[in-house]
Design a protein around this ligand. Structure first.
Ligand code: PLP
Ligand code: COI
Length: 343
C-alpha cells in the first residue's frame, strides 16, 4: 500500500482533510443506503436541529497498521452500540443494522493511504457523527438527519506523548445526575469549552471533573476516563452513571485482569483518596493512556509517586499491552481486532 507523503512522526491531533467520507440521510422514517463522497462540506438549513438545539452525537475510533502490514480497527462493535445509546437519548433515529461497520470499512478503504505506517506513533482517527439536518423551531426532534463518517490521520492527543501531564480539579461540572454524561452528545463538549480554555490559560493540560451532586467523587476529564493504580498494584477506575463508558477503559480493565493478572476494581473514587494512589492515567481513543503526574486541587498539589518524567510501571504495562494488541504484536481477546482488507 502506497502511503501519503506526510511527516507521520511529527503529527499532532488535528483535522486533516482526506479523500472521501461516508454520508447517509434519514428522511420520512428511514435511512437511505448511504454513499461515499469527496465533498467535505455540508449545506443545511439555517434552522437545522443541530444548529438550533445541538441535536448531535458522535463517536471516535482508530485504524492502525499492524506490524505485518494489515489495516485494523479496534472493537468497532462497541462504538456502534454506544452510538445507538447516544441516538436513543437524543431522539435521533438509530442507524440500520450493519451501516456503521460498513461505513467504517468503506472510509478506511478509500483513505488507506492515510492510515499511518506501523511504528510511526501516528494513527488514523475515524469520526462518525449524526445530526439533526432538518429545520425545527419549536423544541422537538428534527424532521430529518444526516450520518457522516470521516477520517483524519493524527498524532498524540497531548503534546509530549508519554510525558506525564498536570491537571486541575475543576469548579465547573460536566454532567448532571440523570443528564447526558453517559452518552457522546456534542452538547457535553460544547459546555466544556469554557472550562478547558480556562484550564489551559492557567497552565493545566486538562480538567478533573467531580460528580455534580456532591463534588466529592472523581468523574473523568473532558475527553477521557481515569485509571488509578494503588500502591499495592491494584488497577482502580471510577464507577459512575454520569461518565462516558470508555471503550479503552473497559478494554484496559480486561487487559489488566486477564492478561496481566492484576487485581481490578471499578468503584466510586473519592477526591480525598487521590494522594493514596501510586499512578494515575487518562484513557480514551484519542488519549490512549496519558499519564497524569500531578493533580492541582485549588493550589494543593498532589504528585503521584510515579513522577513527572515517565509513565508509572503499571501504566506502561497497560499501555504496551493495549497498543500491542492494536498493532498486532500481542494476542488480544477474540473479536477485538477487525481487519479491513484494503488491496
Ligand atoms: N470520556 C469522554 C468524555 C470522551 O469524550 C472519551 C472519548 O471518546 C472517553 C471518555 C474515552 O472513550 P473511548 O475509550 O471509548 O474513546
Ligand atoms: C475520543 O477519544 O475519541 C474522543 O472523542 C475524545 C476527544 C477527542 C473528544
Amino acid at each position: 500500500m502506497k502511503k501519503a507523503d506526510l511527516d507521520w512522526g511529527s503529527m499532532d491531533f488535528s483535522y486533516k482533510q482526506t479523500n472521501a467520507r461516508f454520508v447517509a440521510n434519514w428522511d420520512n422514517g428511514s435511512w437511505d443506503e448511504g454513499a461515499m463522497t469527496e465533498d467535505a462540506n455540508i449545506v443545511i438549513n439555517e434552522c437545522a436541529g443541530v444548529l438550533q438545539y445541538a441535536q448531535t452525537c458522535f463517536e471516535g475510533l482508530k485504524a492502525y497498521t499492524t506490524v505485518d502490514g494489515r489495516i485494523v480497527v479496534f472493537r468497532p462493535d462497541l462504538n456502534d452500540a454506544r452510538l445507538k445509546d447516544s441516538c436513543d437519548r437524543l431522539r435521533i433515529p438509530a442507524l440500520p443494522e450493519g451501516m456503521f461497520i460498513k461505513s467504517v470499512e468503506e472510509v478506511v478503504r478509500a483513505n488507506a493511504e492515510f492510515v499511518p505506517p506501523y511504528g510511526t506513533g501516528a494513527t488514523m482517527y475515524l469520526r462518525p457523527f449524526i445530526f439533526g439536518s432538518g429545520p425545527v423551531i419549536g423544541v422537538k426532534p428534527a424532521p430529518s438527519y444526516q450520518y457522516r463518517l470521516f477520517a483524519t490521520p493524527v498524532g498524540p492527543y497531548f503534546k509530549g506523548g508519554a510525558k506525564p501531564i498536570t491537571i486541575r480539579v475543576c469548579d465547573y461540572d460536566r454532567a448532571a445526575p440523570h443528564g447526558t454524561g453517559h452518552i457522546k452528545a456534542g452538547l457535553n463538549y460544547a459546555m466544556s469549552l469554557y472550562a478547558i480554555d480556562d484550564a489551559h490559560e492557567a497552565g493545566f493540560a486538562e480538567n478533573m471533573y467531580l460528580d455534580a451532586a456532591t463534588r466529592t467523587k472523581v468523574e473523568e476529564t473532558g475527553g477521557a476516563n481515569f485509571l488509578f493504580v494503588t500502591k499495592d498494584g491494584k488497577v482502580v477506575t471510577p464507577k459512575s452513571d454520569t461518565i462516558l463508558p470508555s471503550i479503552t477503559r473497559r478494554s484496559l480493565m480486561v487487559v489488566a485482569k486477564d492478561i496481566l493478572g492484576l487485581e481490578v476494581e471499578e468503584r466510586e473514587v473519592y477526591k480525598e483518596e487521590l494522594a493514596d494512589f501510586a499512578e494515575c492515567g487518562l484513557c480514551g481513543t484519542a488519549a490512549v493512556i496519558s499519564p497524569v503526574g500531578c493533580v492541582n486541587d485549588h493550589g494543593k498539589e498532589i504528585f503521584f509517586p510515579a513522577g513527572m518524567e515517565d509513565m508509572g510501571p503499571v501504566t506502561r504495562k497497560l499501555y504496551e499491552t493495549l497498543t500491542g494488541i492494536q498493532m498486532g504484536t500481542v494476542e488480544g481477546p477474540e473479536g477485538w481486532i477487525h481487519e479491513i482488507k484494503c488491496d
